[in-house]
Design a protein around this ligand. Sequence first.
Ligand code: ATP
Ligand code: MG
Length: 271
Amino acid sequence: MSLLSVNNIEVIYDHVILVLKGVSLEVPEGRIVALLGANGAGKTTTLKAISNLLQAERGDVTKGSIEYRGDRVDQLTPNDLVRRGVIQVMEGRHCFAHLTIEENLLTGAYTRGLSRAQTRDELEKIYAYFPRLKTRRKSQAGYTSGGEQQMCAIGRAMMAKPAMILLDEPSMGLAPQIVEEIFEIVRDLNSREKVSFLLAEQNTMVALRYADYGYILENGRVVMDGDAESLRTNEDVKEFYLGVAANDADGAGRKSFRDVKSYRRRKRWLA
Ligand SMILES: Nc1ncnc2c1ncn2[C@@H]1O[C@H](COP(=O)(O)OP(=O)(O)OP(=O)(O)O)[C@@H](O)[C@H]1O
Ligand SMILES: [Mg+2]
């Protein structure tokens, strides 16, 4: 059975803007699943639909259902879901800028009612995964680097002892080496702490090196899914993503993934 199962959801913002047009996906227990796609494809909307954060954005799930451990969760509050073990780490690494790194981490554990000694142990455990956070623990989060802030946001989520983390665009604005470092930690947390991940990424090739399975979203629909290895080596995926890097650094002239597919289909047909 899947830990998380999203069944054909439709999301509308402001009662009129249809953004997700029937998205389905599964996260099996203990896996890392990547939700891929360009700017505006609907990745963040999907994560917020799962964690019930859409209301704050005047968004509604108008069709479909979301199940976690077999129970419908689409009517719960974000807090209910956190209590069940699902936490979202928002896009843009939200730390409390005026608190130190350590204070930020501590805010993640406050619902657990731990003793002082238990809290210490939990902190040390997080620092073992994130040695950079240990060296920066007395620094005000707002003055730490982007990579450290992303680590702080993930570390804080870990302090709540989640079964599942919804991780939105962890690579955003970070140097490639730091991105690798963060994905290595995600892999460690997955294999040693048994945390399942659903991660939204524009950085397809990096995400597919660490994920077990991927879904490619385009314009509010899943246009392709498969195990990470098969997506990574898929000619259409390569042509689309590598083509973008070669022709157009900022993606402004990006072809639709569907265009690539129908173009290739036409080519094969002509040949
Ligand atoms: N609060 C909102 N009200 C209206 N439209 C919205 C709102 N939030 C997002 N949208 C629209 O929904 C679509 C999907 O946005 P979303 O943020 O889910 O995409 P994304 O895949 O996360 O993109 P990015 O990679 O840029 O983060 C976009 O067209 C966006 O303009
Ligand atoms: Mg997004």
